[in-house]
Ligand binder design. Structure first.
Ligand code: SAM
Length: 213
């Protein structure tokens, strides 16, 4: 994703700390308290500009959503979207996925979404892919027993790699589509990248994989 410098971003985020949580590690083990309910917690890692989570939060008020985004200048757009949507069941964190276990207690999360993760096509960058085994072990720790990763991408290479990675990790594949938009799958909420790539005629791949711990 192209990241433009936005000098106003920090100030805007500081004004909206009810959405963009400051010091997220302070809420480790206490996220449900912050939401003020006992609902399941679903996170999206690499949430970008927030279209997917804003749509999901509106459609599923009984779920608490948390978006994880590396760049403040990208997350600020997601904060604007959450404000526009009026969703109260959605928080955003400006953190690196590598630090997820500092943010969530073991078993605190009920589902992980990965949408259009950066493909890092060069073999020497494999460790940066969000479906590399070290990331899978992070997700496994913070997910409840039998928790799932729901993954979408337009990138065939990343999709093939990720299915192999899930399988080598011992996960159970419970859903695979090689053409999501022609599959009859109901309740799909499009991400920004999904809209962009499908408008160009590209197929969207989708999988669900469950940890068997
Ligand atoms: N999920 C959105 C979508 O489908 O439209 C955005 C996809 S964009 C290609 C990938 C996003 O993941 C970028 O916003 C990037 O900053 C974020 N990202 C990449 N690596 C990350 C990491 N280690 N931790 C948190 N976010 C990350």
């Amino acid at each position: 994703m192209r990241v433009r410098n936005k000098p106003w971003a920090s100030e805007f985020i500081a004004e909206n700390r009810h959405i963009a949580v400051a010091q997220p590690s302070e809420y480790k083990g206490k996220w449900r308290e912050l939401f003020g309910n006992n609902h399941p917690i679903h996170i999206e890692v690499g949430t970008g500009k927030g279209q997917f989570l804003s749509g999901m939060a509106k459609a599923n008020p009984g779920i608490n959503y948390i978006g994880i985004e590396l760049f403040e200048s990208v997350m600020v757009v997601a904060v604007q979207k959450v404000l526009e949507s009026g969703a109260e069941n959605l928080k955003l964190l400006n953190v690196d996925a590598a630090d997820l276990t500092e943010i969530f207690e073991d078993g605190e999360v009920n589902r992980v979404y990965l949408n259009f993760s950066d493909p890092w096509p060069k073999k020497r960058h494999e460790k940066r892919r969000l479906t590399f085994k070290t990331y899978l072990s992070l997700y496994e720790r913070l997910l409840e027993k039998g928790g799932e990763i729901h993954f979408k991408t337009d990138n065939q290479g990343l999709f093939e790699y990720s299915l192999r990675s899930f399988s080598e990790y011992g996960m159970l594949l419970t859903f695979v589509s090689l053409d999501l938009h022609q599959s009859g799958f109901e309740g799909n909420v499009m991400t920004e990248y999904e809209e962009k790539f499908s408008n160009k005629g590209q197929r969207i791949y989708r999988s669900e994989a469950r940890f068997q711990n």
